[in-house]
Design a protein around this ligand. Structure first.
Ligand SMILES: O=CC(=O)O
Length: 328
């Protein structure tokens, strides 16, 4: 039987949409014996006792009861993003397995994506691009105007690492910043980003020109933004979602965008992903939808894998993990 000098790390596949990036394989292999789900399933008898760690990349492999039962020596699972809503944390921790995410690696690029969507929707860049590349040169100068970002009010819902970095960016755009969060940030942190705490989400919704969703998806934030919340927003307001699709009631959003309850939306996340090609949201003009690009830069994906490896090695060596996630 083959002996493994390094701990055995299970990944879904290498390359492809749900596979670890090929560019990271050499780095992973300096610390682990890498095996894919395909190899695991083909040699389950031998490999099931060997696997000590799993690296979940882009929500795969699916970690269910059956997989956990087949891996008696599994000690730790590292996730490639900050959101853990695709994992059953209670099930995993109930099996005595440690879990980690990578909040440090993802925050800057996700905040950049949020600002990119804010600017693109405010200045109608996607519509503008369509005009610029269309063959109809007659309508090159559009008869519409965008919204000014400088001096506008941004309401950030969720003031974790990502929300904080969005505020830092928005401050440079001279925006007035409001935020709503379970906990108020320390006074010095608020001062550093020039943000004002709204204990009531309603206050933030009523006052903001842009509302940015940067919360984690939990039972408490599931469909946090529904009909009532959209109706509280200004008719000129723009909603930007970089958290999870399920934080917004999509039916209510569709109605609000169709009837002018709010002006526009920019979504990096939807449910499902991707939306079915005949989904009515895709037919609207006042929406920008991107395919969950939040973290997708060369630098961030590399940092994610580094943070994941640091977590995995710490857990395997019985050391504190840099970003352990507890079931609650
Ligand atoms: O979606 C991205 C993340 O969870 O970090």
């Amino acid at each position: 039987m083959e002996e493994y000098e390094l701990p055995v790390l299970l990944v879904n596949e290498v390359g492809g949409i749900c596979g670890v990036l090929e560019a990271h394989v050499d780095f992973l292999k300096t610390h682990f014996n890498l095996i894919t789900m395909k190899e695991f399933l083909e040699n389950k008898n031998i490999l099931s006792k060997k696997v000590q760690a799993i690296y979940v990349w882009w929500h795969k492999p699916v970690i269910d009861h059956e997989l956990l039962q087949s891996l008696p020596n599994l000690k730790v699972i590292a996730n490639s993003g900050v959101g853990m809503d695709h994992l059953d944390l209670k099930l995993i921790s109930g099996c005595g397995i440690k879990m980690a995410n990578c909040p440090h690696a993802v925050s800057s690029s996700t905040a950049d994506t949020g600002m990119a969507l804010l600017l693109a929707s405010a200045r109608r860049l996607v519509e503008g691009c369509q005009i610029a590349v269309s063959l109809d040169t007659e309508c090159f100068a559009p008869d519409w105007l965008g919204e000014e970002v400088t001096g506008a009010t941004l309401g950030i819902i969720g003031m974790g690492n990502v929300g904080y970095k969005i505020a830092l960016r928005a401050k440079a755009f001279e925006m007035k910043i409001l935020y709503h969060n379970r906990k108020q940030r320390k006074e010095e942190e608020e001062q550093a980003i020039g943000a004002i705490y709204c204990k009531k989400i309603e206050d933030l919704l009523q006052q903001s020109d842009f509302v940015m969703l940067a919360v984690t998806l939990t039972p408490q934030t599931h469909k946090l933004i529904g009909k009532r919340e959209l109706e509280l927003m200004k008719p000129t307001a723009i909603l930007i979602n970089i958290s999870r699709g399920l934080v917004v009631d999509q039916e209510a959003l569709l109605e609000a965008l169709r009837t002018g309850i709010i002006k526009a939306a920019a979504l990096d996340v939807t449910y499902p992903e991707p939306l079915p090609r005949d989904h009515p949201l895709l037919k609207l003009k006042n929406i920008i939808i991107t395919p969950h690009l939040g973290i997708k830069t060369h630098k961030t994906t590399r940092m994610i894998t580094e943070e994941a490896v640091a977590n995995l090695l710490a857990a395997l060596n019985g050391l504190p993990m840099p970003s352990e996630v507890l079931p609650d």
